[in-house]
Design a protein around this ligand. Structure first.
Ligand code: DAH
Length: 340
């Protein structure tokens, strides 16, 4: 064997061993350059072929080709092996797994009822009004024809705010109902008036399953010439049929509120309530605006008539959704809120 033949054999042995022991792809690329590259060892040997006597050329040329093929094959095999390793040792990805669900938030159940209720009244031509949560005695009670000794004004029932009283309007308090929005609206504008006022109210109650120191109401007020109880009843009936169920029945029971005369309590009956063993549910108060209320806001005597109503949203939601504890509305427990 010629010296050159030995060199080819040695190069093949060395190269194949080096490639077999190679640990990663960058090192393999480097080996490829080292053996097969333009400045590589094999190229160096091949250059010597030109100087060989004619009879040796085919033999050694063949050997040179075998060495080149062997190194190329060794590199390709190693590359395949290393690439497979990169995939299997990377983070485990199972592309057949279902995607992760993004939880979308939604409106609070009370907000949903508010918005639906307001939308029904807006379709009937009602505007939305708002008033302050910190009210005063005059707007919350006096102007609503509620006498000075009325139990609702009692410190046991009303949360008074620790501020010096207003010289004209009396003590500040957290409004106990949305009815003062009636007064503020009538002071601001002349009839015809058609408004609803959704909002938060406060009472001095100890929290339990059915009492909360804060809850929400929707107030309604309609004032014009020749408004009658029939308008009140028709509007209330239409509203609850739209909000709850077209088969809702509405019943008026005589009651007393200082700001309306006559006054009624509104009872509802729906197929859903009946399926839960409840025939009539007492849901709201209403009546024809008392002439003393018109007097308080400075409307001329006998010029207008009107109706008003007010009802609690939590109570309605509790009956409608079968919720047994009013505190759930303010606890922000996602397990509760998710159901709506
Ligand atoms: N303000 C009453 C309450 O909080 C509800 C109410 C009754 C509102 C009769 C009215 C009404 O406007 O006319 O219980």
């Amino acid at each position: 064997m010629t010296e050159l033949e030995q060199q080819f054999h040695a190069l093949r042995a060395e190269g194949v061993a080096a490639i077999a022991g190679c640990a990663d792809l960058p090192a393999l690329d480097q080996l490829k350059g080292q053996y097969l590259g333009r400045q590589g060892s094999l190229t160096g040997l091949l250059e010597k072929l030109g100087t060989l006597p004619k009879d040796q050329k085919p033999v050694i040329g063949k050997l040179a080709n075998e060495v080149k093929t062997a190194l190329t094959a060794a590199i390709a095999g190693k590359r395949e092996e290393l690439e497979a390793k990169v995939v299997t040792t990377g983070p485990a990805i199972d592309t057949t797994l279902p995607g992760r669900r993004h939880h979308l938030g939604h409106q609070h159940p009370l907000t949903q009822i508010f918005e639906r209720a307001v939308e029904i009244f807006q379709r009937m031509g009602f505007a939305v009004e708002d008033g302050p949560e910190i009210e005063d005695e005059w707007h919350c009670f006096d102007a609503l024809n509620t006498p000075a000794n009325h139990p609702a004004r009692d410190i046991q029932d009303t949360l008074y705010v620790d501020l010096p009283p207003h010289e004209k309007y009396g003590r500040y308090l957290l409004r106990t109902h949305t009815s003062p929005v009636q007064i503020r609206t009538m002071l601001r504008q002349k009839p015809p008036i058609r408004i609803v006022a959704p909002g938060r109210v406060f009472r001095r109650d100890n929290p339990d399953a059915t009492h909360s120191p804060t809850f929400h109401q929707i107030e309604g007020l309609c004032v014009d010439t020749n408004i009658t109880v029939a308008d009140l009843k028709g509007t209330v009936e239409f509203f609850f049929k739209q909000l709850l169920d077209p088969a809702t029945q509405v019943r008026f029971r005589p009651h007393f509120f200082p700001y309306t005369e006559p006054s009624f309590e509104i009872d509802l009956s729906t197929p859903f309530f009946r399926s839960r063993g409840k025939e009539w549910i007492e849901i709201a108060g209403c009546g024809m605006v008392d002439p003393n209320v018109f007097k308080a806001v400075g409307y001329p005597d006998d010029a207008y008539t009107g109706w008003a109503f007010g009802f609690g949203i939590e109570r309605l939601a509790m009956i409608q959704y079968g919720i047994t504890d009013i505190r759930l509305f303010t606890e922000n427990d996602v397990r509760f809120l998710e159901q709506f």
